[in-house]
Design a binder for this molecule. Structure first.
Ligand SMILES: [Zn+2]
Ligand SMILES: [Zn+2]
Length: 159
């Protein structure tokens, strides 16, 4: 099965873990089809704060983070969140909670980049991350993708 290429302006679902919206018409069609398995999951409030005391991340918290962020949140990285580590934005040892609001999917490579190099990020809003590279470039990563924030260097500032 393929997602509806022209979902309605008001999508009601999402295609798997991808950024593809799904229309009600598409869902009705799937429900009518004989060879289809439809799994209905309860709606989760992704903005909910549900901290736990442990450093380990329970599945219900991991699931919320995956649904919010979908992919590794390093600038431009397409790795699926389901295959990422969850980084404590504020380290657990420094009072950072094990809660969706403090957990960010980073693939193993980019988790290491954050831990061992000078890449840094701030959570601007839930799901929006402002990254600073080691050479001080800035990137905003959000549901719409990655945006470079610095103006392109002027060819010759003297002229
Ligand atoms: Zn929280
Ligand atoms: Zn990554």
């Amino acid at each position: 099965m393929k997602p509806d290429p022209n979902p309605v302006a008001n999508p009601v679902g999402r295609w798997a873990d991808k950024q593809v919206p799904v229309s009600t018409a598409q869902i009705k069609e799937w429900l009518r089809a004989r060879d289809t398995t439809v799994i209905v999951r309860p709606v989760i409030d992704l903005a909910d704060c549900v901290p736990v005391d442990s450093y380990e991340i329970p599945d219900r918290i991991r699931r919320r983070v995956e649904l919010r962020d979908h992919q590794c949140r390093f600038p431009g990285c397409p790795k699926q969140a389901t295959r990422c580590d969850l980084d404590h934005a504020q380290p657990h040892g420094q009072g950072g909670s094990t809660c969706p609001c403090n957990l960010v999917p980073l693939c193993r490579r980019h988790h290491r980049a954050k831990t061992f190099s000078r890449w840094r990020y701030l959570i601007v809003l839930p799901g929006y991350y402002l990254w600073t590279s080691p050479n001080n470039r800035h990137f905003l990563v959000g549901p719409e993708g990655t945006r470079a924030l610095d103006p392109p260097a002027s060819p010759d500032p003297e002229k």
